[in-house]
Every structure is written in structure tokens, then in C-alpha cells.
Design a protein around this ligand. Structure first.
Ligand code: KIV
Length: 271
């Protein structure tokens, strides 16, 4: 007997319907079973197993070091937790840029070994062969334009992208290209709100923003950032819904004090 509940699952088709009806899409990252279970039970539409795991789970400065095997490990933990949300998994740096054959191999490994529902990769026309080849195997692809953290050493900074007309025009034509090739949705990261709103109006696929204003079809945040587990990251676009860093630290301080004072365990907490 399955332990998983019978629920109406979010599919790429459901997301498209949400855009058509003007219903906003909610998306958060998750990287492990326990938190993914809470995120899914709360009713999120999309869970992204982001390569931001490289930062928040492994402590790397950038997203570049995380490997395909590590992404598959995180993705399979999340998949075991999820009953309802659509699960999207990032293709890590180096697993799709080289050639479309290796991009397809990477995407197939993610789908087969983790049970994920779709993949996401960063870039526009420069990776379009890889995107097309993955799509031709029946794997749904989410695009990602604007600030693309895997290219941080090219950009040199994490500041807002596409403020100038030239870069904005490239972004608009890339968004249209991704739609034309068959991507089911698109993430726009850290670009002016007016540009993001224009893209969301000019393409028919759902556009999910992070630091891209409210004129798009949905929002995504990194779970650890919005829960306040990570105390140091405070960009302007981030709304913190909790301060778990302090709450977890207080709980641990109390535990240490109870152990030291032999208050824990008490009579009811032993056999
Ligand atoms: O890896 C990630 O968490 C992401 C989001 C910031 C969109 O790509």
C-alpha cells in the first residue's frame, strides 16, 4: 500500500492553465526530504531543487561546484517527500553547456535516477541546441534568464541585469525563442520589474520571477532565505517570513543548558 496521499498533482499543463486564468504560481526551493514534505503539505505549486543547494546546503560561494550526482541525490530526497507539487531540478554547471548530447544524457540521468518531473537550465540562444534536444526526448524544460548565477564569473557581480536597452532586447528575444522551442515556463531573475512584466505579457508560457517585481505569473524564493535560516543574505527582493536562525539557535542553547544542568532528561523522559 502506498503511503502517499491521493491528490491532484500540479503538472506543466496546470501551470499553463493558471497563467491563462490569471492565477499566480508559487514556487520555492527544497533540497531534502523533511523540508520538502512541509513545503508540499503547505500547498506550494512548484518545488525547485535548485543548484543553490551548492550555496545553502554545501556552503560554497557560488553554484558552480555542485555536481550532477549531488543534484540527483538532492532531487531524489525531495521526490520521495512530494505528493502534489511539480518538481523541477536544475541541471548543474558543466552538465549541459558543452554539447547537446551530453545535455540530454544529464537530463535523462536526473529524470531516471531521481524521478523528477522536469529540468531547468540557464541561458537563451547560446544553449538552445541543448534545450531542443532535451525537449525532443519528452523532458519538460524550464528556462532561466536575467541573472544566471552559473555565469557569475562572466558578469563579475550579482547586480540587476538587463537595465540597458541592448541587454533587455536580447532577453526579450531569448524569452520568445525559449517559448518557440517548447519550454513550459521561464524564470526571470533580478531584472527591472517593467521588463519582466513586458516579457510575461509577450509570451504565453508562465513567467516566474525572483527579484523581478509583481507583474509576472508567479514568484520563486530560496527556502532557506525566506525562512531566515541564512542570516547573512539580505537582498532587496527578499521577504523574510521567519527568523529561523534565531529560533533554532535559541532552541539549541536551551538544550545545551538543560543537558548541563541535568534538567534533561527528566523522570518522564526516561525508561
Ligand atoms: O538555484 C536556484 O535556487 C534558482 C532560483 C534562484 C531560481 O535557480
Amino acid at each position: 500500500m502506498s503511503v502517499h496521499k491521493e491528490v491532484k498533482k500540479v503538472t506543466t499543463h496546470v501551470l499553463q492553465e493558471m497563467k491563462t486564468k490569471g492565477e499566480k504560481i508559487s514556487m520555492l526551493t527544497a533540497y531534502d526530504y523533511s523540508l520538502a514534505r512541509i513545503v508540499d503539505d503547505a500547498g506550494i505549486d512548484v518545488i525547485l531543487v535548485g543548484d543553490s543547494a551548492s550555496n545553502v546546503m554545501a556552503g560554497h560561494e557560488t553554484t558552480l561546484p555542485i555536481t550532477l550526482d549531488q543534484m540527483i541525490y538532492h532531487a531524489s530526497s525531495v521526490i520521495r517527500a512530494v505528493d502534489r507539487a511539480l518538481v523541477v531540478v536544475d541541471l548543474p554547471f558543466g552538465s549541459y553547456q558543452g554539447n547537446s548530447r551530453s545535455a540530454l544524457d544529464s537530463a535523462i540521468r536526473i529524470m531516471k535516477e531521481s524521478g523528477a518531473h522536469s529540468v531547468k537550465l540557464e541561458g537563451g540562444s547560446e544553449v538552445i541546441e541543448s534545450i531542443s534536444r532535451i525537449l525532443s526526448a519528452g523532458i519538460p524544460v524550464m528556462g532561466h534568464l536575467g541573472l544566471t548565477p552559473q555565469s557569475i564569473y562572466k558578469f563579475g557581480t550579482y547586480t540587476v541585469r538587463a537595465k540597458e536597452e541592448e541587454e533587455a532586447n536580447v532577453l526579450i528575444s531569448d524569452a520568445k525563442l525559449l517559448q518557440e522551442k517548447g519550454c513550459f515556463a521561464l524564470v526571470l531573475e533580478k531584472i527591472p520589474a517593467s521588463l519582466a512584466e513586458r516579457v510575461a505579457k509577450e509570451v504565453t508560457i508562465p513567467v516566474i520571477g525572483i527579484g523581478a517585481g509583481s507583474g509576472v505569473d508567479g514568484q520563486v524564493l530560496v527556502l532557506h532565505d525566506m525562512l531566515g535560516i541564512n542570516n547573512e543574505f539580505k537582498p532587496r527582493f527578499l521577504r523574510k517570513y521567519n527568523n529561523l536562525y534565531e529560533q533554532i539557535k535559541d532552541s539549541i542553547t536551551n538544550y545545551i543548558s538543560d543537558v548541563r544542568s541535568i534538567d534533561f532528561p527528566n523522570e518522564k523522559e526516561q525508561y
